[in-house]
Design a protein around this ligand. Structure first.
Ligand code: C2E
Ligand code: MG
Ligand code: MG
Length: 643
């Protein structure tokens, strides 16, 4: 039996009024046609089914994919949100840190044009960051001359290297020049392509200016603004190197103001400062711009004259300097004349190192002072000879000390009224094998200058104590012995200790010793002097002020020192009794000394008339040729035994 016709075909046949049953048995071609249509309908159904099925499948897949995508999107969104929050936090942190610090951040593109500069630069340097965007880093004029710094920095940038703490000067409108310190590093893409620099900046203007000031102070004299000794010595070294290369000699002029100390002491420091400043300015204007004028200290100036050619030219320059200095100067409403003395030494003739040149120019300057001030002297063979002689004496003196050629002579001091022996002054002599007895004036200044005096002074101390003990061993009554102390000895910190040990060694009492000091020794360092004297005085050592009247001659300051005795200088005694001034001065000194409870000794008493005058004036003691010349220990020993 044939399968039933497709339902849709059956419905269409019925709608057309044709019965379905029996159709298949009709003989005409209907049956075949109907079978054909039926198959077509069935095939169509099959196709439609397949299509619909595949459509269903596709939409299910889409829904699944969509759901997965949604999950993924949600996750991504969450991550982005997290990241954004973190980024915002970190940005806030950075900007808050940046606003707290005085630094700023900058970025440049591959052409080194600024793409970003944080606002910090405005607060720190007064520079509007907007004005920098699209610009290159522009140094102020002159940076290129500031040594290798800028060039090195450029080389570092060219090499795309990182840099730290490079400082350059940046012109800031309305703010002047700012010193800016930057650190930075190059930025590269992952592929290694250079995209620019980024880094931080800092304004270091204040610190840099402060540092510059310190450096200035180290090289320049703060009072006059002239180069100081340090800078001068550096320049002197360079001048010597130049001269060695080119064979040109040059000159060092040592300039000292005459009587500066007097002016400073009488008019005060402010006036002294003004004087120095004026002189510095005059010196600067007198020499060529290329010649250096420096202040070595105090009233000592020095100039370095290169390309000076002949001696005559040098003399001319030096005389010009003297003329300029001698112009009247007005201080505190008064007009003064201050002159200078100039000493010149030549390189390489007069010395081949800085110390030697300065020393010789200084020696020549002293000669100028000796020759009446306000003049110029060159370092000469004669001066060289004097220096050589001094050296010779120094060596001989060292030997003398070792060989025992030094001796002490003793000069008696007596009571003016009774003539009884009150004391003796130990005076040093050098028993020179060929020159005979050399007086102390011929070698003590040199010993003082060369520092030998400390050793010599120790010898004197020891010898005096040894002698006191020896005399006593011979049964003599020995009065107090005075020894002279010079400035250098007095400044020596071991003086007290040395003296105490020497006394102990020879079993001599401090009361048996008197030390003599001049006013200038005391006034060189009054604080120190006072301390040393208080120690000595506390020990029981007597203290005498020697050569009184030749220095400050102020009795009132004597109150500050624990002195026992004042020795009036020989020059005042010489005028007694004829010279009214000398008499008045001697009288005044005696009266004032007595009012302070001091013992007064007259030095250099040579005549009976002088002694009489001193008796009349109430002087306590006298020392001098009239009473007795300085004599050997043996000679005075006889006198002690007799007395
Ligand atoms: P001074 O301490 O003022 O010593 C007095 C000087 O005057 C001595 O000279 C003495 O010989 C001299 N004189 C004494 N009476 C007369 C006189 O009637 N007429 C004249 N015209 N002169 C008289 P001297 O011995 O040549 O000593 C000179 C200076 O050398 C001393 O002056 C003293 O400052 C120093 N001196 C001497 N011995 C030493 C010493 O051992 N150490 C130190 N540091 N200095 C000493
Ligand atoms: Mg003396
Ligand atoms: Mg004296």
């Amino acid at each position: 039996m044939a399968e039933p016709l497709h339902p849709l075909l059956q419905r269409q046949l019925r709608r057309a009024g044709l019965g379905v049953d029996g159709l298949a048995d009709r003989p005409d071609g209907w049956s075949a046609l109907l079978q054909h249509v039926h198959r077509a309908y069935a095939e169509h159904d099959q196709e439609r089914y397949l299509l619909e099925r595949s459509q269903d499948l596709a939409s299910e897949e889409t829904a699944r994919l969509y759901a997965a995508l949604r999950v993924e999107r949600d996750q991504l969104e969450g991550r982005v949100l997290d990241r954004t929050t973190a980024l915002q936090l970190s940005e806030a942190r950075l900007s808050s840190l940046l606003s707290l610090s005085a630094d700023w951040v900058w970025e440049q593109d591959a052409s080194l044009l600024f793409t970003y500069v944080s606002d910090g630069i405005r607060q720190a340097s007064g520079i509007d960051p907007a004005t920098l965007i699209g610009q290159r880093r522009q140094p102020a004029e002159g940076n290129a001359d500031e040594g290798p710094g800028w060039a090195e920095f450029q080389a570092c940038i060219e090499a795309r290297r990182a840099f730290r703490d490079f400082t350059y000067r940046h012109p800031a409108p309305g703010e002047g020049l700012r010193y800016i310190c930057i650190s930075g590093e190059p930025v590269f893409t992952e592929a290694g392509e250079f995209t620019g620099y980024r880094g931080v900046g800092r304004d270091v203007t204040q610190a840099t200016l402060a540092e510059q000031m310190v450096q200035e102070l180290a090289r320049f004299d703060s009072l006059t603004g002239l180069p100081n000794r340090n800078m001068f010595l550096g320049e002197l070294d360079r001048a010597m190197a130049r001269s060695r290369r080119h064979g040109d000699p040059f000159a060092v002029c040592f300039i000292d103001l005459d009587r500066f100390k007097t002016i400073n002491d009488t008019l005060g420091h402010a006036a002294g400062d003004l004087l120095l400043k004026t002189m510095a300015e005059r010196l600067r204007l007198t020499v060529r711009g290329s010649d250096m004028v420096a202040r070595l200290g105090g009233d000592e100036f020095v100039t370095l004259l290169e390309h000076c050619g002949e001696m005559a030219d040098l003399t001319q320059v030096a005389e010009k300097v003297l003329l300029a200095m001698a112009e009247p100067i007005s201080v505190q409403g008064c007009s003064f004349l201050v002159t200078g003395s100039v000493g010149i030494a030549l390189y390489p003739r007069d010395g081949d190192d800085a110390a030697m040149l300065l020393k010789h120019a200084d020696a020549a300057m002293y000669l100028a002072k000796e020759r009446g001030k306000n003049n110029v002297q060159f370092y000469t063979a004669e001066l060289a000879q004097q220096a050589a002689q001094a050296f010779e004496i120094e060596s001989a003196l060292r030997l003398a000390l070792a060989r025992g050629e030094l001796v002490l002579h003793y000069q008696p001091r007596v009571n003016v009224q009774s003539g009884t022996l009150q004391g003796m002054e130990a005076l040093l002599r050098w028993a020179h094998p060929t020159r005979g007895m050399v007086p102390p004036g011929d070698f003590i200044p040199l010993a003082e200058e060369r520092g030998l005096i400390v050793a010599i002074g120790r010898w004197v101390m020891n010898e005096a104590c040894r002698q006191i003990r020896a005399w006593r061993a011979e049964g003599c009554a020995v009065p107090r012995v005075a020894i002279n102390l010079s400035a250098r000895q007095f400044a020596d910190t071991s003086l007290n200790k040395d003296l105490r040990e020497t006394l102990r060694r020879h079993e001599v009492q401090p009361q048996d010793i008197e030390v003599e000091l001049t006013e200038s020794v005391l006034m060189a360092e009054p604080e120190h002097a006072n301390e040393v004297l208080r120690h000595l005085s506390a020990m029981g050592v007597h203290i005498a002020i020697d050569d009184f009247g030749t220095g400050y001659s102020s009795l009132s300051y004597l109150k500050r020192f624990p002195a026992d005795t004042v020795k009036i200088d020989r020059t005042f005694i010489q005028g007694l009794p004829g010279d009214a001034d000398d008499t008045a001065i001697t009288q005044a000194v005696i009266a004032m000394a007595h009012s302070l409870g001091l013992n007064v000794v007259a030095e250099g008493v040579e005549t009976a008339a002088q002694l009489q005058a001193l008796q009349a004036l109430g002087c306590n003691e006298a020392q001098g040729f009239l009473i007795g010349r300085p004599m050997s220990a043996a000679a005075i020993g006889l006198r002690l035994q007799a007395g």
